[in-house]
Structure formats: structure tokens, C-alpha cells
Design a protein around this ligand. Structure first.
Ligand code: PLP
Length: 425
């Protein structure tokens, strides 16, 4: 048996943009004894969690929970609502948007990609990977779809491969302005519970979420939040589905159960996460991610390196992508900081492989763990011979010292406050 005892002394710095560091309180909850998923206690747990997840998505409508990674919930969104050959407009903001598109192709959908045309001096081969979804392009395309062939518009809320966020409310406004009946599907796998998200107010038909980012759970749960129109579409949809089908899940969820064995112990963790996040208040959770992100960006600017995201209004509060100077291998830097400082950074994905790295500022983190990450990167860059304009570490310290966290925002330690209890809700 290979040993799992591979960690050096001290704490590993898991600063990839998900899976995020899991608070001990959640780890302890996951370690509770497994109970009968058909027994009376389980139904109560299930109902409380489903109620809490509706609050996280800000919806009054059903949320389906899958024992699957986010990719499963992507598939569930498509196969529950669409039929073979349906045209889907997929806005490409990065690697995850393009993976979702490839899945749609494999499922037999007729995909059409929209992407910002650029130009871009820093990333001439991928200007669209530096910018959020452009509502005017979506509106223009939908206006030209006079036969109503486009059945759905798919957008990634927070592109985890780049650190670029998209304005979902504006995408909905664009669809409405074109008076187009397409469904709006949004991947908020890394946005959910880190940044503002409003399934109902923004008129989203299917929202896709995952456990291992803002919810601070281990990987293994994913979500579909639904709208009445999505449910209506599911009754007509002809793509094959069985495991992912919403209908049997929602029917059994009415009493807090699932048609198959749910991930009992991850659901314990989810109850604990909801307790903490909703107890703190989502506005406080979002504010602390914004504050952390500003501190990390201050460091990158002080180093004199470009932030991958080109639009300040699209800066992600969840992660920051950093472009390397030409000729510098970002993966060599990542390997070095991992070997020397036990720090994991996100790799460049797809066409950005080796050209950038990603720093996560989500999960069970705080000012000092972020400073440790920045120190590790700064030391790694110096050891790699990368010329820096100044000290990112100093800039981030100045930021965190001069911008005190607001009440209720002082880090994930707030989880310990846990004023929300799903069972009391
Ligand atoms: N979409 C986004 C935005 C993601 O960040 C990820 C994973 O990081 C996925 C989809 C795929 O999710 P998973 O790896 O959980 O299947």
C-alpha cells in the first residue's frame, strides 16, 4: 500500500483555486459515523440542506444535489433541458467554458461559440481569455436568430482558468433585450459562495455549482439550481438521461431523500458549511473575498507582472491569474515553490499551460495564509531569476494592514461563529 503520510512538517499551503482548504470544523463533521440514508434522521438532514442550498443560490425553486464533481452537474444541466441537435450558444471565456462546449458537442448538441475578437497585445492568440462574456455580442447574435433556433445560452460566471468573472445579470438583460426565449445556463462552480450570485433575480434557468470551492468542502458534490422554465423544458427534453434525471431526484427530495445512496458524509460537511456561511451572512463572505483579492492584486502589481484579466470590472474575487514574462516557464516556478515551500499554485490550463500561474484566495484562508502564499511566490521568482519591479509581499502587507476587515468578515475563522443552523432554520 502506498503511504498517504507524505506531508512535510507544518501546514501545506493549498492555494490552487479549488479544491480549497477545508475548515477543520467541516472535516470533523465529515468524520461523523455514517447513518442510514433511508432512516428518519437522514430525511431531516436532507430537507435542511436543500433549504440551505436554496439560500446559497438565492432561489425559491428546487436545487438538485449530485454525488459527483462539477462536470457531472454540467452534463445534468444540458441533458435535462435539451434534445439532440439543439443549438446552444456557448460563450468562451477560458478553459472551463471550452470544456463545457466539448461536452455539449459529445452529447450531440449543435454548439456555436462566441468569443471576444480582441485585439490584445499581451495575449494576441487568446484575447477572449482575458475578458468576461460580452452581453452586446450575445444580444446581437440572438437578435439575428430570427427562427429561434438557439435553445440555450451557456456562460461561466467565474472562469477558474483565468480569474475573469462575467456579469450574469447583464447576460440576462441581453437575452431579454433581444426578446429571445433561449434558456440561460450558468456555471458558477467557482463563483458560488465566494461572490454575489442570484439565481432568481438574474433569471438564470440552470445554475451549476460544486462543493470544493466557496462551500469549502472536499470535492464530490455538485448542484443544479433550476427555474420553472428549466423544469418545463425538462419535460420536453429528449437527450438520454438516467442518473442525472431531475424528476426522480426532486420527487424523493420532497421528503429529504434521494433515489440512490447520497454522499452521506459530504452532506454532513455541507450542513456544517451552510451553518457557517449563512450564519456569517453571504454579504460578509463576498466582502472578505473582495478584500483578499485586492491584496493579492496589489502584490502582483508591485512585482510588475501583468494580471491575466484585462478588465478591472471583471477581476475575480476568487483567484488571480499572473502572466509570466516571455520565455519563463510558469510550471517550473510552480514546481520550485512546491518543492521548496510546500505551496501549491494553480497551473496554466489549456492554451495557457506554462505561460501563467493562478493564486487562489478562497476557502479556509486568511490574511496571513495569503501573505505566506505571496512570500512563497516572491521567493520562488527570485530563485528563478525573474526580475521583479518591487516587493509584492510589502504591498500586500500594506494592503491588509491598512484595510481592516469589516465586522463579520475576518476570515473563515468566522465559520466557528456558526449562527445559522439548518436544523433550526
Ligand atoms: N467549471 C469550472 C468553472 C471549474 O472551475 C471546474 C473545476 O475546477 C469545473 C467546471 C469542473 O468541475 P470538476 O473538476 O469538479 O468536475
Amino acid at each position: 500500500m502506498p503511504t498517504l503520510d507524505f506531508h512535510p512538517t507544518g501546514r501545506h499551503f493549498l492555494q490552487v483555486p479549488g479544491p480549497s482548504p477545508v475548515p477543520e470544523r467541516i472535516l470533523r463533521a465529515v468524520a461523523q459515523p455514517t447513518i442510514d440514508h433511508r432512516g428518519p434522521e437522514f430525511g431531516q438532514l436532507g430537507l435542511a440542506i436543500l433549504d440551505g442550498m436554496r439560500r446559497i443560490f438565492r432561489t425559491r425553486h428546487p436545487v438538485a444535489i449530485y454525488p459527483a464533481s462539477g462536470t457531472g452537474a454540467w452534463e445534468a444541466a444540458l441533458c435535462n433541458t435539451l434534445s439532440p441537435g439543439d443549438r446552444v450558444l456557448m460563450y468562451e471565456t477560458g478553459h472551463f467554458a471550452s470544456l463545457w462546449r466539448s461536452m455539449a458537442d459529445r452529447l450531440g448538441l449543435d454548439t456555436e461559440v462566441l468569443a471576444h475578437p480582441g485585439p490584445d497585445a499581451l495575449l494576441p492568440d487568446a484575447p477572449h481569455w482575458r475578458r468576461g462574456a460580452q452581453p452586446d455580442m450575445i444580444e446581437d447574435r440572438l437578435r439575428r436568430d430570427t427562427e429561434g433556433r438557439i435553445r440555450a445560452v451557456c456562460v461561466v460566471h467565474n472562469e477558474t482558468s483565468t480569474g475573469v468573472a462575467s456579469d450574469v445579470a447583464s447576460v440576462r438583460a441581453a437575452i431579454d433585450a433581444a426578446r429571445h426565449p433561449a434558456l440561460l445556463m450558468v456555471d458558477t462552480i467557482s463563483g458560488l459562495a465566494c461572490m454575489d450570485y442570484r439565481h432568481d433575480d438574474w433569471g438564470v434557468d440552470v445554475s451549476v455549482g460544486g462543493s470544493q470551492k466557496g462551500l469549502m468542502l472536499p470535492p464530490g458534490l455538485s448542484f443544479n439550481a433550476l427555474s420553472p422554465r428549466a423544469l418545463e423544458a425538462s419535460r420536453r427534453s429528449r437527450l438520454p438521461k438516467s442518473y442525472w434525471a431531475w424528476e426522480p431526484i426532486l420527487r424523493m427530495n420532497q421528503d429529504g431523500y434521494w433515489p440512490y445512496t447520497p454522499s452521506t458524509n459530504l452532506l454532513y460537511g455541507l450542513a456544517e458549511s451552510l451553518d457557517g456561511l449563512l450564519g456569517q451572512g453571504l454579504e460578509n463572505v463576498f466582502a472578505r473575498h473582495r478584500r483578499w483579492a485586492a491584496g493579492v492584486r496589489a502584490a502582483v502589481r508591485a512585482w510588475g507582472l501583468p494580471i491575466l484579466c484585462a478588465e478591472p470590472e471583471a477581476f475575480s474575487p476568487v483567484l488571480t491569474g499572473v502572466l509570466m514574462p516571455g520565455g519563463v516557464d510558469a510550471d517550473a516556478l510552480r514546481r520550485l515553490v512546491h518543492a521548496r515551500f510546500d505551496l501549491s499554485l494553480g497551473t496554466g490550463l489549456g492554451r495557457l499551460q506554462g505561460r501563467m500561474f493562478r493564486m487562489g484566495h478562497l476557502g479556509d484562508t486568511n490574511d496571513l495564509t495569503l501573505l505566506a502564499m505571496i512570500a512563497g511566490v516572491e521567493m520562488g521568482m527570485k530563485l528563478s531569476g525573474i526580475a521583479l519591479a518591487g516587493s509584492g509581499m510589502q504591498a500586500a502587507m500594506d494592503h491588509f494592514a491598512s484595510e481592516p476587515a469589516g465586522a463579520g468578515q475576518d476570515g473563515a475563522a468566522q465559520l466557528a461563529a456558526g449562527r445559522f443552523s439548518p436544523s433550526r432554520a
